[in-house]
Ligand binder design. Structure first.
Ligand code: SF4
Length: 295
């Protein structure tokens, strides 16, 4: 629980606050940029919510925070919605994509996603396990599979898999992070789970990083790529490359021919691309990497 005595000085005056237990994961301001903002070393309340709709959004950010670093008075907390997550992001013929909220400290607040679809729902990476979210996912049809994009974002995969009896997919090179996973992707060849969902190995950030492509247009990118809204740029991060940078750039090039319209990463910004925008963004990212040396 956040504590008023640890309230950060930069918070806007008012009922909501971020305290010093913030781990600077970005979950709150990515979900509610109208009320939360990064400071460079943590997040803070930039503007207090006004009215019921804004208060609900801020309470959703509070609920999603992986370390309970966001506080508010008890009478405000009592308004926390029970049905906030999974929250619909986009509907596509291949499935309805939801953000799961309930980020986990074990994955440093990584985003996870639920795809609701006729062929069986799929969880992409793992939110914090909790009964409230589990009831909501059950009401949406449960889980038929869990895809783990890489070793960092597995969080409570074992509890979700056990609760729903859902088999997990992870790349063999990262499989020690989920040793009981039922399926391992081997090597560099893409694997089609069905006609609408393809797993594409993209080693670099970690040896076993992979992305998941839904309906040819929605890319769940793990920590391989994300969107920087301030620079309006697609980012492959050398700073956060834990395994091999030249290999990561080769994995970025591998995605250049896709027609991505939604980028949904584990960390960093989500982004919707217009037609042709993906190819332009990938080319810019690779050019930027080239300017700084690729090895
Ligand atoms: S979600 Fe919580 S831990 Fe993450 S940046 Fe916001 S306040 Fe900090």
């Amino acid at each position: 629980m956040a504590r008023p005595s640890l309230r950060l000085a930069g918070n806007a005056p008012g009922p909501f606050y971020v305290d010093s237990s913030c781990i600077d994961c970005g979950t709150c301001w990515q979900w509610d940029p109208d009320h939360f903002a990064p400071t460079g070393s943590s997040s803070q309340v930039s503007h207090q919510p006004v009215g019921a709709a804004e208060t609900r959004r801020a309470l959703e950010a509070l609920q999603a925070c992986p370390v309970a670093a966001i506080g508010a008075p008890r009478q405000v907390l009592a308004q926390t919605p029970a049905d906030a997550f999974p929250a619909l992001l986009t509907e596509h013929p291949a499935g309805a994509v939801h953000y799961c909220g309930w980020a986990s400290r074990r994955s440093f607040g990584a985003s996870s996603y639920l795809v609701v679809r006729a062929g069986g729902n799929v969880l992409i990476d793992s939110p914090r396990f909790n009964a409230q979210l589990a009831r909501r996912i059950a009401a949406l049809g449960g889980l038929a599979a869990i895809v783990l994009t890489h070793r960092d974002d597995v969080a409570d995969h074992d509890r979700w898999a056990g609760h729903f009896g859902a088999p997990r997919w992870i790349h063999a090179a990262d499989a020690d992070a989920a040793p009981d996973a039922e399926h391992r992707v081997m090597g560099a060849a893409p694997v089609d789970l069905d006609a609408d969902l393809r797993l594409i190995p993209t080693p670099g950030h970690t040896a076993g990083s992979m992305v998941a492509l839904l309906g040819e247009q929605i890319l769940f990118s793990g920590d391989h790529l994300w969107w920087n809204p301030a620079h309006r740029a697609l980012v492959a991060s050398r700073t956060f490359c834990w395994w091999d940078w030249p290999t990561q750039l080769a994995s970025v090039e591998r995605l250049a021919d896709l027609d991505v319209r939604w980028l949904l990463p584990g960390h960093g910004g989500r982004h919707r691309f217009e037609a042709g925008g993906w190819a332009t963004a990938i080319a810019a990212t690779l050019a930027e990497a080239g300017r700084h040396g690729r090895s």
